[in-house]
Design a protein around this ligand. Structure first.
Ligand code: SF4
Length: 312
């Protein structure tokens, strides 16, 4: 699979994509040996809501699995319960530890997965070859503006996603022998696109079978499908959230157009205060976020200066 083929597929009409997705799901289920060998990964977000709807077109009783990370919007939990009540078969799994415990032990998820991981690896083994690569000037360098994180009193790492999301699903898969159908799209990020091109299609078999039947969809397709099917989605989208996922996560929050903390403070001020109070090595997430945002000339929503003179 090359990027031209992917782009051509991304230009398909929505009904072509729906046919493709249904065929992909059907093939995956039959190649794996039946419905009790698979599950639909359901986050309660709009993409996996579309995915579950399509899975249930073919298999109304397919098992959906939702991981309650402990960092979910109340609206997402409510939506998962409503989807269950409306007839979907949903199993709820949980991580072994809370976000507060994970952040205290492994560090804050700041900036982005790759940056946090590089900071973590350089900090634990500054003289390793890997650290040399990250501290160099090549493609895999740690950006200069984030190198201050190497000497902060708190840890930064990408372990949170492993502990709160990946591990519960891996445990579930080990215990049940089921394999996932997930709603990721190549258009979401360069990393997702590269993964899709490398795997060469929506279904992967072999040692770790997995299906990603929405791979060739775009954000616009998702919204078009939701409108066309009049599909209910989690209420948080109607309250201005551009994304769901974890309520309070530092990954990507430094960007100028990111409004997750504004939404969280407005809709769930107690959750906002609780998350800002999580600590690592005695430093609060608020302090760490404040510094990270300042690098990009930004502020936490409850620390915005009233006017220009307040920051001089
Ligand atoms: S998205 Fe952020 S808060 Fe959620 S599990 Fe991943 S790193 Fe943790």
């Amino acid at each position: 699979m090359d990027s031209k083929t992917l782009e051509a597929r991304q230009r398909w009409t929505l009904s072509q994509k729906i046919d493709h997705t249904l065929g992909t799901i059907d093939t995956f289920v039959s190649r794996l040996g039946g419905l009790d060998k698979v599950y639909c990964s359901f986050s309660g977000g709009k993409d996996s809501t579309v995915l579950l709807h399509l899975c249930r077109v073919l298999f109304p009783d397919i098992l959906a699995v939702f991981c309650n990370t402990g960092n979910e919007y109340p609206e997402i939990i409510k939506f998962v319960r409503q989807t269950q009540a409306a007839g979907a078969v949903i199993s709820i799994i949980r991580p072994q530890f809370t976000p507060r415990q994970i952040w205290a032990k492994y560090g804050f998820p700041l900036i982005g997965k790759e940056t946090a991981d590089r900071v973590h690896k350089v900090r634990i083994n500054p003289h390793s070859k890997t650290a040399g690569i990250y501290m160099g000037n090549g493609k895999f360098r740690l950006a200069l503006k984030w190198r201050y994180l190497l000497t902060e009193p708190y840890e930064t790492s990408a372990m949170c996603c492993n502990k709160l999301k990946k591990e519960p699903f891996h445990r579930f898969e080990r215990e049940t022998g089921r394999r996932p159908i997930v709603g990721t799209m190549a258009a979401e990020s360069k990393l997702r696109e590269t993964q899709y091109l490398r795997q060469g299609g929506c279904n992967v078999f072999g040692e770790s079978p997995a299906s990603k039947p929405l791979s060739i969809w775009t954000e616009a397709d998702i919204w078009e499908y939701i409108r066309a099917q009049n599909l209910p989605i989690a209420e948080i989208y109607h309250k201005g959230a551009a994304r769901t996922g974890c309520m309070g996560c530092g990954f990507g929050s430094q960007f100028a157009d990111d409004t997750r903390f504004d939404t969280l403070l407005r809709e769930h001020p107690k959750c906002y205060d609780m998350i800002m109070g999580y600590t690592n090595n005695g430093v609060s997430f608020r302090e760490a976020m404040r510094k990270a945002l300042q690098v990009n000339g930004r502020f936490l929503p409850d620390e915005e200066p009233a006017n220009l003179f307040s920051i001089l």
